[in-house]
Design a protein around this ligand. Sequence first.
Ligand SMILES: *Cc1c(COP(=O)(O)O)cnc(C)c1O
Length: 456
Amino acid sequence: MSEKNIPYKTYLTEDEMPRAWYNLRADMKVKPAPLLNPGTGAPMKAAELENVFCKELVRQELDDETAYFEIPQEIRDFYKMYRPSPLVRAYCLEEKLKTPAKIYYKFEGSNTSGSHKLNSAIAQAYYAKQQGLAGVTTETGAGQWGTALSMACAYLGLDCRVYMVKCSYEQKPFRREVMKVYGANVTPSPSETTQVGKKILAEFPGTTGSLGCAISEAVEAASSREGYRYVLGSVLNQVLLHQSVIGLEAKAALDKYGVKPDIVIGCAGGGSNLGGLIAPFMGEKLRGEADYRIVAVEPASCPSLTRGKFAYDFCDTGRVCPLSKMYTLGSSFIPSADHAGGLRFHGMSATLSQLYHDGYMEAVSVKQTDVFEAAEEFARVEGILPAPESGHAILAAMNEAKKCTEAGEEKVILFGLTGTGYFDLVAYEKFHNGEMVNFVPTDEDIERSLAQLPRV
Ligand SMILES: *Cc1c(COP(=O)(O)O)cnc(C)c1O
């Protein structure tokens, strides 16, 4: 399927599930910049990437032209267990806010892993299996991605090795045990099982680890073991591609009721749920067929779009991964121990970064205590206990609805509710006890890490 400009409806099944993922890059006039080899500065070749990633996923990663990728039947069968995900009109929230705005949210927390990450986990595990691999390795911070990948691997009978940041492994036992329920091998990182882990432990005995360090271990574990590849749950083009099911379903449902959103809002960590939710809407915007306001919401503690620089940078703290051109705070930027673990990434998807740079979307940053206040207000009227990450989108949607009240405008707002917060109750506890602080980096903090950007 290489044709461009085909209405996405062509790709819906009878039960209104997408038959194909939509690749937003196909409609971008200015494509996202290529990944670069950090050693040579040359664009990464497929063969180089295939040493680390699955072959078909590399093909998807590098393809800026094909608009639709057919979803294999086995993945569609898996999606059927929890999709289409609910698109809900937030009547009770509208009532509470006394707003003339119509608010809709797409809820991705109705599967056991509790977030949208399963949409890409099953796709990545499927292609690993198809390639005849024995297993995959990955890192996880708070554990949402590791949980989703474990579920997908259990379904397909694939070995799953997760390097979990040591402080999360010790302090957040719940997701760790869910991963083990699904048969994953979970190792606290840094560990003695890799060279890079041993080196870090020798240098910093007693360290509780970091995401960057866990990535380095997971990459080494994949490349040093026959029949394994490394998989990543956000940031990459392939992940945005898989997450387009969120937006395609949302658009199909809204179209059915003749509703056109004015504003589409999502939280942004690495950019995968937002990239997926906005995909078909942004596609129309890029082709000049319709206009939408598109808003990324990030934490004030890790504001890559609103305060970062558009430049080539490493995707990991260990500086082993390829360079990506993106909005970044610098790979040495250490965000504060914010409770929205899924939003603590120093960079942003190259696709969303390019779209933001070219003026196709907006970004706002919000403070943590305001996020929890909004999340709680939402829980009380709509019933769902939101993940702290999702709370960012809720807050921004509520702020837009309040503006509509003031202006007497009847706008339609669509936002992504990415997951549930059952495993984040320690964060809610801190909020209730008044122990939550709003850390916002100073300009000097950001300048210091930006000064270490690689020269390209
Ligand atoms: C991981 C995660 C996010 C942020 O990741 P993106 O790649 O930016 O979508 C948001 N919400 C939840 C619930 C998550 O688990």
